[in-house]
Design a binder for this molecule. Structure first.
Ligand SMILES: Cc1ncc(COP(=O)(O)O)c(C=O)c1O
Length: 399
């Protein structure tokens, strides 16, 4: 068979994520991984899941195993309505759509909104999985500038004034890859800009509950409810393998979402949705979350302390209030890819930051460090290892 005539034109836009290869390397035995973006396995509430598995079979019987509505399992939508109300996002159960991970929502968004050549405005850097979901639909990316407080509102204003933008994609809480959070005042400005330009915003919020310090900041959804598709997930606060995500979209979009999802998977696993429903409504989430936070908070601090202690001058990093990542920027012209290769040889894996940019040649001097998977001792020693490699390379550079 001739693959070039068999594969669809758009298939060449579907690049396998380079990060998958990095994660493969990171999972080699003996490696300390700062590369992934995954929860610590010991954060999974295995005993709760065992108990709830029995309970849902008693409560829902065969209907937990049956085909169900594309929109989502009704008890989960009811539970999510209460969960979102705690974030001041007020939605009826019928307004909420359950997706197969928030990744499922991102794919539907690409499918129903992007025609080839449409402008999609994204932060630089941004979440790679969103780019992967959107790419097959052939958007044109418009890059927005960020600083330590996330998206700079004037950059959004400029982008919307000078380009036709189908939607803006943002991760306002503890962004992947930077760990940055957009402060309240900026969110208000962003909300007023998108309302004024009458443009749609996709607010992706899988990390919002993982806050280690400071107070929660209301979502942009609360400030511009008719202009925002809010998407979130239980992956980081329950178990990603269950693939439970959800979204709240303006009504004219919702029906297309449902139609698109029907063609993909009919619906998200009923059994897993029933587990999620009980996890939330039985207050297991509110009991488990503080435990997860107690696990990650000291890891975040240990990594920040190690960066302060070991990293050389000229390097700058984010100081996240939550989430899973710290973003490091080296001096202009520094090449983190070489550090990555050397670091793998020393059994430490991380992700070079260039992968999170839509433009080639950007972010060569950056890296993303994850702090949820390693122990405190490993975090300290691996940051030290990377810093020594960096110092060696800087010497190479000066000779
Ligand atoms: C910003 C962001 N959005 C979405 C996802 C997808 O998560 P899931 O599909 O497990 O909900 C991730 C996963 O890492 C993420 O970091």
């Amino acid at each position: 068979l001739d693959s070039s005539s068999i594969l669809a034109d758009r298939t060449k836009q579907i690049n396998a994520s380079a990060i998958r290869e990095i994660l493969k390397a990171a999972s080699r035995p003996g490696m300390i991984s700062l590369a992934g973006g995954v929860p610590a396995p010991d954060s999974f509430p295995i005993e709760v899941i065992r108990k709830l598995s029995n309970k849902i079979l008693d409560t829902y019987g065969a209907s937990a195993l049956q085909y169900d509505l594309t929109e989502g399992f009704p008890p989960l939508r009811t539970a999510l309505s209460g969960y979102l109300a705690n974030k001041e996002i007020f939605a009826e159960p019928d307004d909420i759509l359950v997706t197969s991970g928030s990744q499922g929502a991102l794919d539907s968004i690409g499918k129903i909104l992007i025609s080839p050549g449409d402008g999609v405005a994204v932060e630089a850097p941004t979440y790679l999985g969103a780019i992967q979901a959107f790419n097959p639909y052939e958007p044109k990316y418009i890059r927005l500038d960020s600083d330590d407080s996330g998206l700079i509102p004037s950059s959004l204003e400029k982008a919307l004034s000078s380009h036709r933008v189908k939607f803006v994609y943002l991760v306002p809480n503890f962004q992947n890859p930077t760990g940055r959070t957009i402060p309240l005042e900026r969110r208000r400005k962003i909300a007023s800009i998108i309302i004024r330009h009458d443009v749609l915003l996709v607010e992706d919020d899988p990390y919002g509950d993982l806050r280690y310090q400071g107070s929660p900041i209301p979502g942009i959804k609360t400030m511009a409810p008719h202009h925002v598709i809010y998407i979130s997930s239980l992956s980081k606060v329950f178990a990603p393998g269950l693939r439970i995500g959800f979204c709240l979209a303006p009504q004219f979009i919702r029906k297309w979402f449902v139609a698109a999802k029907q063609g993909v998977d009919l619906h998200t696993s009923t059994f897993n949705q029933a587990l999620a429903a009980e996890y939330i409504s039985g207050s297991y989430l509110s009991q488990t979350l503080p435990k997860i936070i107690r696990m990650y908070q000291p890891r975040c601090k240990t990594m920040l302390d190690a960066l302060d202690q070991y990293f050389p001058e000229g390097f700058h990093w984010s100081r996240p209030d939550g989430g899973m990542f710290i973003w490091v920027e080296g001096p202009t012209g520094f090449d983190m890819q070489n550090v990555y290769r050397e670091s793998l040889k020393n059994k430490v894996a991380f992700v070079p930051g260039k992968y999170f940019y839509t433009a080639k040649g950007k972010g060569l001097e950056t890296m993303r460090l994850n702090f949820t998977m390693a122990t405190k001792e490993e975090l300290d020693s691996s940051v030290k290892t990377i810093s020594e490699i960096i110092k060696d390379r800087m010497q190479v550079g000066t000779h």
